[in-house]
Design a protein around this ligand. Structure first.
Ligand code: ZN
Length: 45
């Protein structure tokens, strides 16, 4: 049994979360923080 899909790259562009700050074009990483400004992404904070 083998899965055709291999999405183990660690970071998928489709699941990316834009920074909560409109002025920022950064993207929230897996750690839940913007990789640009370091601001925490939109969530139950
Ligand atoms: Zn940001």
């Amino acid at each position: 049994m083998q899965d055709v899909e291999q999405e183990e790259t660690g970071f998928d562009p489709e699941t990316r979360v834009l920074c909560a700050d409109e002025a920022c074009i950064g993207v929230v990483g897996e750690d839940g923080r913007c990789r640009l400004c370091g601001r925490p992404g939109a969530g139950d904070g």
